[in-house]
Design a protein around this ligand. Sequence first.
Ligand SMILES: [Zn+2]
Length: 271
Amino acid sequence: MSLKDLVYKIAQKQAKTRRKNLIRVLEEKGITFTAHHFPGGRNYFVDLGPKGSHKTVVSSHYDAISGTKGANDNSSSVAVCIGVIDDLLVNPPPKGVRVIFFDTEETNLTGSKAYCREYGVTDISAVLNMELVGRGNTPIFWPIVDGLQSEQFKQKLQNAATLTGVEYVPKGRPPYLGGDQDSFLCYGVDAVCLSLFEQTDLALLDKAQRILNSEHEDTNSDYKAIRLLRSTKIMQDYHSRRDTPHKISESSLQLAKQLVLSFISQKQGYS
Ligand SMILES: [Zn+2]
């Protein structure tokens, strides 16, 4: 089954169906998972490699904006997480990896916040979260901000990109984009989000960032930044009914999977 097939299985308008389908996929593959019930939702996670050591977390959210199928946002990342689990079951990592499927990201990150409250973060050495990895050819890591993550962590992201044969593109926060990595950054954990954009989108992203960072008083700057972000190829269908599985590209999903696996091998010191 291709990763794109998984996106077709999971990307559904009804939240209950999406959850049921995620569970069905995990069960059909014989993947053991833990359910974390919290008020308003359910997270699921899968542990791989040895227990007890400092874990590398790989994550995605499986909920979607109401009325949308949420193919790129964020069934794409769910599919990549499942691909990563498949690979790590065959090639077990030397240290622990926890793959987490968060619920209710779209409602103020309540799923990942509930996870941090319930399980804490002291057993986590790094978090690689994913958003929007089903289209585009250029990975970006965000938000990369001075002092927010350790230099060692950023070096490992860069090494992972080099190993995968792509350029390392660190970005500040794209205007108004947040994600489950933020729940971990709050606790001082090394965390980042991986997204894929088109190479041609990068200049627009930079321009939007510059407008937001600009010190000139401009009452329209927020609006201008959002408009620029929205005009990138990847964001045109964001949070809309146009975010459908047939627009997802297998090669984008495979690229994200390779990046995650390379990051884990860098983080855990093997390859
Ligand atoms: Zn999302």
